[in-house]
Design a protein around this ligand. Structure first.
Ligand SMILES: Cc1cc2nc3c(=O)[nH]c(=O)nc-3n(C[C@H](O)[C@H](O)[C@H](O)COP(=O)(O)OP(=O)(O)OC[C@H]3O[C@@H](n4cnc5c(N)ncnc54)[C@H](O)[C@@H]3O)c2cc1C
Length: 543
């Protein structure tokens, strides 16, 4: 990786470049006008959570999930039970292999379920593929940064633990799946390898090579179900699909699975130094803990446990309370009335679960709770989106259904949307001209790019977001839109440089969502509205 430069965008000529004569108010709330192909196959999912009090400070380390271990066991056990089943009929024979990819979970794991019902013995396997630790395609950044590698390692440790609780284990081997799996299939006389199907070219190539190498052993890939195969951009499509589609239920995995085959060394994820990475400690901002247990903990915390400290909400409620008191007592409230209003307000706040106010808070940038923070777990598959969906529905039945509860589901549809886009447009989502094959000249000024990458542009909003990304592996959605617009619109840099840097750093990196959003932001996606400009001063003052 090139050395970071400390170049700062402060010279008048650059400012002119950054603030072209165009009006600066072209903020585009792109989600409002581009409608989605609603499909809800929602393949992978995630979760997190931590301390029980809300904090909006970025100067402290905020761990997600924040339940202590005893509390964690107490609250998570019923959730794991809810999505598990006591007895399932099996009539299969022989051995089946489950090849874990981006579905690092036990709950709602279709491949694991299918392997279990179709065999007597199940062998779960994860391959640490060296290609994931090489460099990105165009600009040679590390394909997986240290923080994501550590997160992955935690996911695997947790997956192993959860499989062992059910009587299984996880075999971890370093190497290419198309070499390791055929060898294991032969050694254990497996009849089938079950796995989740992916959609992007690198993953598809591995599937093809594996299928070829397995020879007579069957490769069964849990399909990406699509309820709509037509156009992927028109609003009418969303309406028709939204009306017709349904989300399949959570696949219930038995609480007890058969013992695994007898293996002496089950292996583990290597220290990240062995993968050519340098361990990076997170000392500020958000710290995500990898794995299904943390993911489910975060869902519980975000939906059911934590109360939102939403300053706008407090402010508006105080004003309303004050106004109603003035109209009741016909004079300025005295101290007792103010005290009573504080009590009422505190009570009201306690009812403000984070989910209930998600739509109002989701564009925030500070602290753990302005949005769900499910994405790193979703991307690694430690959390199933269908579990999120089921929990939203449960919340709506037990507490309240409102715009915010709907909006979490709506955002998950975006995730599906980009996955379907990758299926429809193939490799063009990685190409400079994007799916629409837009011809445009882009710059590759290394100095400008490095100032963006290192958070040294001189624009605090950009710099803070980029530093947060490097330090924690996470950036808010609003932040991502703003830094993307700045790189491609203001700096005129090849959008793929930004996309590949995100690929290196993001804990929640997912090729479909990342390249889908970048092509979108760069105006080369399949969205008919091309100019998505975010004015930095306006964004800074609004958010
Ligand atoms: C330039 C750019 C690059 C991005 N790269 C990625 C990426 O690699 N991986 C990734 O998961 N998301 C990506 N996103 C989408 C979005 O920023 C993150 O999903 C979101 O910030 C994650 O935080 P959250 O879980 O708190 O989101 P919430 O607001 O709580 O949303 C809930 C879930 O909905 C999904 N979602 C929300 N917005 C989007 C969106 N625009 N596109 C796709 N899914 C969405 C995510 O799975 C998210 O976890 C990118 C966005 C931009 C603008």
């Amino acid at each position: 990786m090139a050395m970071l430069s400390h170049y700062s965008i402060s010279s008048p000529s650059l400012k002119k470049f950054i603030y072209p004569s165009k009006p600066t108010s072209k903020i585009t709330h792109y989600r409002c006008y581009t409608k989605l192909v609603m499909n809800f196959q929602m393949m992978n999912s995630i979760s997190l959570s931590t301390s029980s009090s809300s904090s909006s400070s970025t100067g402290v380390l905020q761990q997600v999930p924040g339940l202590n271990s005893t509390e964690m066991d107490r609250v998570l056990e019923p959730i794991f039970e809810r999505y598990s089943s006591k007895a399932i009929k099996r009539n299969g024979k022989g051995t089946a292999i489950v090849w874990f990819r981006n579905d690092l979970r036990v709950l709602d794991n279709e491949a694991l379920y299918k392997a279990w019902v179709s065999s007597e013995v199940v062998l779960p396997v994860y391959c640490v593929d060296p290609r994931h630790f090489q460099t990105t395609y165009y600009f040679g950044f590390p394909k997986t940064g240290a923080l994501r590698a550590e997160f992955l390692s935690e996911c695997l440790t947790d997956l192993k633990k959860n499989l062992m609780k059910r009587g299984l284990n996880l075999l971890i081997r370093q190497g290419k799946p198309e070499e390791i799996l055929p060898f294991l299939a032969k050694e254990f006389s497996a009849h089938t390898v079950y796995a989740q199907k992916e959609t992007c070219s690198e993953e598809l190539t591995v599937e093809r090579l594996l299928s070829k190498a397995l020879k007579r052993v069957q490769l069964t890939l849990a399909p990406q179900r699509s309820s709509s195969q037509g156009s992927t951009s028109s609003p009418s499509l969303q309406l028709s699909v939204e009306a017709k589609c349904s989300v399949r239920g959570v696949v219930k995995i038995p609480t007890s699975l058969a013992p695994p085959p007898n293996i002496e060394d089950w292996g583990c994820f290597p220290p990240i130094e062995q993968l050519g990475l340098r361990s990076q400690k997170i000392s500020k901002g958000m710290q995500f803990v990898g794995g299904e247990t943390a993911a489910i903990g975060r869902v519980h915390e975000y939906f059911w446990k934590k109360a939102s400290v939403n300053l706008t909400f407090i402010f508006r409620t105080s004003l309303r309370l004050r106004a109603s008191m003035i109209s009741t007592v016909k004079e300025k409230p005295n101290k007792l009335i103010l005290f009573k209003s504080a009590v009422v307000l505190t009570r009201a706040l306690c009812k403000q679960n984070l989910l209930r106010v998600y739509k109002e808070t989701r564009n925030g940038m500070l602290g753990p709770d302005y949005s769900t923070k499910f994405s790193p777990w979703l991307a690694s598959g430690s959390l199933s989106p269908r579990i999120i969906f089921a929990e939203v529905k449960r919340y709506e039945e037990q507490r309240e259904a409102n715009n915010s509860t709907y909006w979490v589901v709506f955002e998950l549809i975006w995730r599906d949307y980009f996955r379907f886009l990758s299926m429809k447009y193939g490799n063009s989502i990685f190409h400079l001209g994007g799916p629409r094959k837009v011809e445009q000249r882009w710059g590759e000024d290394q100095r400008l790019f490095e100032s963006w990458r290192d958070g040294c542009t001189g624009y605090p909003l950009i710099d803070a977001n980029m530093k947060e990304l490097s330090a924690t592996g996470f950036m808010s959605n609003r932040g991502r839109q703003i830094v993307c617009s700045f790189l491609v619109r203001d700096m005129g840099i090849d959008w793929r440089m930004g996309a590949e840097w995100f690929e290196t750093c993001l804990l929640d990196y997912d090729p479909c969502s990342n390249y889908g959003n970048w092509t979108y932001g760069a105006g080369v996606g399949n969205d008919p509205r091309e100019d998505r400009y975010f004015s930095i001063p306006k964004q800074a003052s609004t958010f």
